[in-house]
Design a protein around this ligand. Structure first.
Ligand code: DGL
Length: 270
């Protein structure tokens, strides 16, 4: 009854952590493509090839449903995967829609026409590939009108987190928030549109100020997965064991993961 969680590296652990708290009985197969992170500076074909390869590997561990816990892969590859890669008994779900539904005060599956919502000035922090895909703005336009989105491509933050250099990551976050504020001085809400960024959430909140509501994905995705599995229990795969797979160096990745989640995490080679 396992479910898969995929990310380019360590960021998806923020989603894994929330899912394991929300669904403690579901075994989770995590795949971090650490050898190829960051995805945020790659082109769409490259991201598609890497993501499909990782998802295919995860199927071997008995998962039929994979959460693409990576905004960059969700933005650059998910639609193409759903159209021309996934067999009928497999599914991949992205991390954008639950977040946008929360921002636009919608229930799951509410497909009514776009309408005016409370927030009007939204700051989006994401990787360069996610920002240039404009996938966030596209999904938002299906659901809301009159929302002004200012996107800030946060170059370097994912690399710094993957390297465990949190001092550099913090300095970069502060300079990206400053750059955003020069373009949009008073955002009402900020979206952390990369699953690595919740690891820096207090820095984002501090740099943005207490009056900005910061949306991060982990809990929203966990809630929406629980809801999905209630409707589609047959999507629980045959796997019975939780495991952590990486394309990178298992010892190094395990040490960073243990530091981030504050519990022992043991990766093995994918
Ligand atoms: N956590 C991934 C995301 O949500 C990071 C992408 C990257 O590897 O640059 O976008």
């Amino acid at each position: 009854m396992a479910v898969g969680i995929f990310d380019s590296g360590l960021g998806g652990l923020t989603v894994l952590d929330a899912v394991s708290r929300r669904l403690p009985d579901v075994p989770l197969v995590y795949f971090g493509d650490n050898a190829h992170a960051p995805y945020g500076v790659r082109d769409a074909d490259d991201i598609y090839d890497l993501t499909t390869k990782a998802v295919t590997r995860m199927w071997e561990e008995g998962v039929d449903l994979v959460i693409i816990a990576c905004n960059t892969a969700s933005a650059a590859a998910l639609r193409r995967m759903q159209e021309s890669f996934l067999p009928t008994d497999k599914r991949c779900l992205g991390v954008f829609v639950p977040l946008i539904e929360a921002l636009t005060e919608r229930q799951w599956g509410d497909n009514s026409p776009p309408r005016q919502v409370k927030v009007q000035h939204v700051a989006l922090f994401a990787t360069p590939a996610t920002v240039s895909s404009r996938a966030f703005q596209r999904e938002l336009a299906f659901r809301a009108i009159g929302v002004d989105v200012e996107a800030q491509a946060c170059g370097g933050v994912v690399d710094a987190i993957e390297e465990g250099d949190m001092i550099l990551a913090e300095a970069l976050v502060r300079s990206h928030v400053d750059a955003l504020k020069r373009k949009m001085p008073k955002p009402e809400a900020a979206i952390l549109g990369c699953t690595h960024y919740p690891l820096m959430e207090t820095t984002f909140q501090d740099a943005l100020g207490a009056d900005v509501e910061v949306y991060s994905q982990a809990n929203l995705v966990a809630e929406s997965l629980a809801d999905y599995l209630e409707r589609r229990p047959e999507m629980l795969g045959k796997g019975t064991q939780s495991m952590f797979l990486t394309s990178g160096n298992p010892a190094k990745v395990s040490a960073r993961a243990t530091q981030f989640l504050r519990r022992e995490i043991k990766f093995r080679a994918a």
